[in-house]
Ligand binder design. Structure first.
Ligand code: PLP
Length: 433
C-alpha cells in the first residue's frame, strides 16, 4: 500500500500501468501482464520482484551488444556534457558527421547520402517520400505507388502501414484509408533451398502491368520479420533488383530488423549482392540506447530528388540527427567494427540450429527456422502469450511470442550457456511443459 506525501493512496507501478498506460499492441481494457524492470545489464533483465531473466530478443532486435555497455554509456555521457540536442536545420555536428561517415562505409558501395530519422517507421516514410519525389522530379508524378510482397511489415505509421500485409498484417482495420499499393504473394522459396522460377512470376507480372505508376518496390531483404520470420532465397532478391532495373522502378530495402549483422552479413541484401536505391536502417543502430534510424540512398536518387521544383527534399523532423542518439550509434558501430560479431552470429546460428532442432519432434510445432542470430519456432495454433511467457520466465528466459511464433534474436554477446538456457526453455514450453 503506497501513499504520497499528503497521505493519499497511490497505485503501485504495475497497478498504475495496468490502468493508465498503453503498451505496444495491447488492449487498454484487457491488458496482458506486464513486468517491471528495475535493471538491465549485459543480456540480463532484473524484475522488481528480484527475478532475473535472459533477454532472448535483444529488446526487439536492438541491444546487440547487451545492456549497460561501458563504451556506449561513456559515449552518451560525454556527449551529454557537451550538448544534448541542437536543431539540424542549418547546423551540423561531430556525432552526426561521424555517424554518417561510418554508415556510408558500412553500406553497400554506391550509397552516398544519409537522411537521419527518428524511428524505423519514419525512415520508411522518408524512403517512400524520396521515391515518390524522385519520379515527380523526373516529370513522372504518376509513378507514386509502391509494389511489395505479402507478409511484409514496415512499421506503424500511415505510409508504412500501406505496405504491410493487407490481410494477415496488423493494420487491415485501416485498409480503407491507406494508399492503395500493389501486393505480390510473399516469396515461397526458402533460404538455402533451390530457387524456383515460378516464385518471382507474380511479382514480375505486377511490375510489367503497372510499372508506369510504380515508384518503388519495397521489401525486407532475405527475412520477412514481423510477418512470420520467413527466410527466403537470395535469388528472389536478385530478381527483384533485375526487375526494378528493367522497368524503371526503385528498390527500397528495409534493413531495419536485418541490418548490422543480424543475418550473418552486415546487411541482408549482401546475401544477394544487391545494392538497393534506398536502404532503411534502425533498431540495432544505437545498440538499443536511443531511437534513431536512417534512410540511405545513392547519389543518383539524391540528385533526382533535388532536381527541378521544389529542389529540396520535403522532410525535416525536430529531433533529426539528435547528438546523443548519434553518439550512442557511433559507440555501438565502433564495437561492431571490431568485427567479433561475425563469429558471434555464426556461433549463435550453429547453436540454435542444433539446440532448437528437438522442437521439430513436438506435435504442436509446425516449423523451426534459423538464419544468423534469428531463430523461430512456429506453432500450429496461436500462442497464449501471457501463459507461455510466465512459463518461460520461470525458466529464467525473456521472450515475447507473437501469433503462432516463438521467436528469438538474442544479443550477439549472449554466452553459449545462456543461449542453451533459452533454447532449453523453448524446447520445453513448445512440448507443453
Ligand atoms: N521495418 C521492419 C522490417 C521492422 O521490423 C520494423 C519494426 O519491427 C519497422 C520497420 C518499424 O520500426 P520502428 O518500430 O522503429 O518504427
Amino acid at each position: 500500500d503506497i501513499k504520497n506525501l499528503t497521505g493519499e493512496h497511490i497505485l503501485n507501478n504495475i497497478e498504475f500501468d495496468k490502468r493508465h498506460i498503453w503498451h505496444p499492441y495491447t488492449s487498454a481494457t484487457h491488458p496482458l501482464p506486464c513486468y517491471e524492470v528495475v535493471g538491465a545489464n549485459g543480456c540480463e533483465l532484473t524484475f522488481a520482484d528480484g527475478r532475473k531473466v535472459i533477454d532472448g530478443m535483444a529488446s526487439w532486435w536492438s541491444t546487440i551488444h547487451g545492456y549497460n555497455h561501458p563504451d556506449i554509456n561513456a559515449a552518451v555521457s560525454a556527449q551529454l556534457n557537451k550538448f544534448a540536442h541542437v536543431m539540424f536545420g542549418g547546423i551540423t555536428h561531430q556525432p552526426a558527421v561521424d555517424l554518417c561517415r561510418t554508415l556510408l562505409d558500412l553500406s553497400p558501395s554506391g550509397m552516398s547520402r544519409v537522411f537521419l530519422a527518428d524511428s524505423g517507421s519514419v525512415s520508411v516514410e522518408v524512403a517512400m517520400k524520396m521515391a515518390i519525389q524522385y519520379w515527380a522530379c523526373q516529370g513522372q508524378p504518376q509513378k507514386h505507388r509502391m509494389v511489395t510482397v505479402r507478409d511484409g511489415y514496415h512499421g506503424d505509421t500511415f505510409a508504412a502501414m500501406s505496405v504491410c500485409d493487407p490481410v494477415n498484417g496488423m493494420h487491415s482495420l485501416f485498409e480503407g484509408v491507406l494508399a492503395k499499393q500493389l501486393f505480390a504473394p510473399s516469396p515461397q522459396c526458402r533460404f538455402g533451398h533451390p530457387f524456383v522460377e515460378d516464385d518471382i512470376l507474380p511479382l514480375q507480372e505486377l511490375i510489367e502491368r503497372h510499372h508506369h505508376e510504380i515508384a518503388a518496390l519495397i521489401i525486407e531483404p532475405i527475412v520477412q520479420n514481423t510477418g512470420g520470420i520467413r527466410m527466403y532465397s537470395p535469388e528472389y532478391l536478385k530478381r527483384c533488383r533485375q526487375l526494378c532495373d528493367q522497368y524503371d522502378v526503385l528498390l527500397i530495402c528495409d534493413e531495419i530488423a536485418t541490418g548490422f549483422g543480424r543475418t550473418g552479413k552486415m546487411f541482408a541484401c549482401e546475401h544477394a549482392d544487391v545494392t538497393p536505391d534506398i536502404m532503411c536502417v534502425g533498431k540495432a543502430l544505437t545498440g538499443g540506447y536511443l531511437s534513431l534510424a536512417a534512410a540511405i540512398c545513392t547519389e543518383d536518387i539524391a540528385n533526382g530528388v533535388c532536381q527541378g521544383e521544389p529542389g529540396v527534399f520535403m522532410h525535416g523532423p525536430t529531433f533529426m540527427g539528435n547528438p546523443l542518439a548519434c553518439a550512442a550509434a557511433n559507440a555501438n558501430l565502433a564495437i561492431l567494427n571490431k568485427g567479433n560479431w561475425v563469429q558471434q552470429v555464426a556461433r549463435i546460428e550453429q547453436q540454435m540450429k542444433i539446440e532448437l532442432a528437438p522442437c521439430n519432434n513436438h506435435e504442436a510445432v509446425a516449423d523451426v527456422r534459423v538464419l544468423g542470430a534469428i531463430g523461430a519456432v512456429e506453432m500450429k495454433a496461436p500462442i497464449n502469450v501471457a501463459r507461455l511467457q510466465e512459463r518461460l520466465i520461470k525458466r529464467g528466459v525473456w521472450l515475447r511470442p507473437f501469433g503462432k511464433l516463438l521467436y528469438m534474436m538474442p544479443p550477439y554477446i549472449l554466452s553459449e550457456d545462456a543461449l542453451s538456457q533459452v533454447a532449453e526453455a523453448v524446447v520445453a514450453v513448445t512440448a507443453g511443459e
